[in-house]
Design a protein around this ligand. Structure first.
Ligand code: SAH
Length: 508
């Protein structure tokens, strides 16, 4: 089986730089022994204008079986024969992916000391894989590669036998990818997607495959529309591993930490400060309502869960009654902006002792959040997919258990009063849902009852007689004495993994 990687260039920026990027000299044929056969790297062409590297892998299918690694392909009536006579020597599969990652290891990581600038920049690339087993066919090949920035994704089905067109197509396609991409990104796409399309792995999938997947998928897998399919197939449908990977990818997506520059942060902070000086009544009113509820509850040590860019934390710092303020958010980007806004690095020691920012996800129980007077969830719950909400509910009301919990969320009924909002739209692109007053009351009532809290509702903003206020707020107060539920909550988080807690919260 083989694949080729080509690029084009000029006298000043020769295509043969590909040799530096792959760490393989274009003038030499090189051979490597991998765990399942011999890999060769040769250059069918190498000029300043055009350079092509070919990776060939010779697999011995009988040796594959003898080593006990051919398992997992049995089960069909011809399994006994297919163990020995199979497509593995010819089809681009996980074997080729492994060879790719072994032979082009540095390139896969984007490391090139000789031409670092070329490794970091997109190159005109053309990749050909002449026999790619594609379960899911041409349509799936396109769905997998097209979102990754390839300008051409061409998958042509290979006929079973050109002499007998009526037999139809085989499950193999001839793949051509073209586009301006960094070589490392291109190789990482192939490393993950070849075995995904083949939908079979030649080796036992162990837990460290999750790390490999996340490393190779960095920067593209968290946003990929077919992420579920990729993850599940890459991990050979091992459910536990797939779930682990999905949760970590979700965190990566939310944290969105890689694309931020100091300048961007400064601009964002400057922009927000400006908009804050203009009257932005609702957000200010909301903050005032939350502060009033916290003061009313006599809270000193307060968690701001989903603190975002730290506006509420900043407001609390101005009131000495709030002796300890902890902002928590899943987004590193938001926390970085919050930290700039608060000028954490230039703060006097006394002030600094009162405030801290933590990164964490509210859908997992977190021991750091136990023992506070109050917690605020300001405009946060609607950012979670509804099925994840019970997990947050358990983490906050079941595990952290502050005496007071203040929750605000939009009242969807009020949306008809926003002139700029087209009918049927939510207020913010990332809102996964917006509730009516009744829906919010139902949810809050159930949560309160389940976890031993009482709950009161407070309108925020103009309370329209027909549709109610723009923001709805619930103030939960613990009714069961602290300690009555605590031991069991502590036991739960100690004895079980947070994933199990999540399940339990869902079942409860
Ligand atoms: N509380 C702020 C920000 C609201 S925006 C305010 O009232 O202005 C919602 C915030 O919740 C975002 O900063 C987002 O990163 C955070 N968030 C969303 N899902 C989260 C999760 N699972 N864990 C922690 N924070 C989360």
């Amino acid at each position: 089986m083989f694949m080729t990687i080509s690029t084009t260039g000029t006298q000043e920026r020769p295509a043969t730089d590909l040799g530096f990027l792959l760490h393989k000299h274009p003038g030499r044929k090189q051979t490597f022994s991998t765990s399942h056969g011999t890999a060769h790297v040769v250059y069918p062409e190498a000029t300043a204008e055009r350079c092509t590297a070919a990776l060939l892998l010779e697999v011995d299918p009988v040796a594959l079986v003898r080593r006990g690694k051919g398992k997992g392909r049995g089960g069909s009536p011809d399994a006994a024969l297919s163990q020995y006579v199979n497509d593995r020597p010819y089809a681009a599969s996980s074997l080729l992916a492994v060879a790719l990652s072994t032979v082009f290891k540095s390139a896969l990581h984007g490391v090139c000391n000789a031409r670092p600038e070329r490794a970091a920049e997109p190159l005109p690339l053309r990749i050909e894989v002449p026999a790619l087993p594609a379960r899911g066919g041409v349509a799936l090949v396109e769905k997998l590669f097209a979102p990754l920035g390839w300008s051409t994704v061409e998958a042509v089905p290979v006929a079973l036998d050109t002499q007998f067109p009526e037999w139809g197509d085989s499950r193999y396609v001839q793949l051509v990818l073209e586009g301006e991409l960094r070589l490392a990104d291109a190789l990482r796409h192939l490393y993950v997607l070849l075995p995904v399309l083949d939908d079979a792995k030649h080796y036992w999938v162990s837990p460290d495959e999750v790390d490999k997947l996340l490393r190779a998928g960095e920067g593209w897998l968290p946003q990929h529309p077919e992420q579920k399919l990729i993850t599940s197939r890459y991990l050979s449908r091992r459910w536990g591993l797939t779930r682990q990977a999905t949760e970590r990818l979700e965190l990566a997506r939310l944290a969105d930490a890689d694309d931020i520059t100091v300048e961007e942060i400064d601009n964002a902070v400057a922009e927000e400060t400006e908009t804050e000086e203009r009257p932005t009544p609702l957000s200010v009113q909301r903050r005032e309502a939350i502060l009033a509820a916290l003061r009313g509850a006599g809270a000193g040590r307060v968690l701001d869960l989903g603190c975002g860019q730290g506006q509420l934390v900043q407001a609390m710092l101005k009131d000495v009654k709030f002796t300890e303020i902890v902002g928590v958010d899943v987004s590193v980007r938001a926390l970085t902006i919050a930290s700039r806004r608060l000028k954490l690095d230039r703060m006097g020691e006394r002030q600094a002792e009162r405030v801290s920012l933590l990164q964490g996800s509210l859908t997992y129980t977190d021991k750091r959040l136990a023992g506070y007077d109050a917690a605020v969830l300001s405009e946060v719950i609607e950012h979670l997919d509804l099925p994840r909400l019970p997990a947050l509910e358990y983490a906050v009301f079941g595990s952290a258990r502050p005496r007071t919990v203040v929750v605000t969320t939009p009242n969807v009924e009020y949306n008809v009063r926003w002139e700029a909002l087209p009918a049927g739209h939510v207020r913010h692109g990332d809102h996964r849902f917006e509730w009516t007053r009744q829906e919010f009351r139902d949810w809050a009532g159930t949560v309160a009852e389940r976890h031993g809290y009482g709950v009161e509702f407070v309108p925020v903003g103009p309370d329209d007689p027909e549709v109610g206020p723009p923001t709805q707020m619930a103030v939960f107060t613990m009714t069961e004495k602290p300690g009555t539920e605590k031991p069991s909550a502590e036991k739960t988080s100690k004895d079980k993994t947070s994933a199990e807690n999540v399940k339990e919260a869902k079942v409860a």
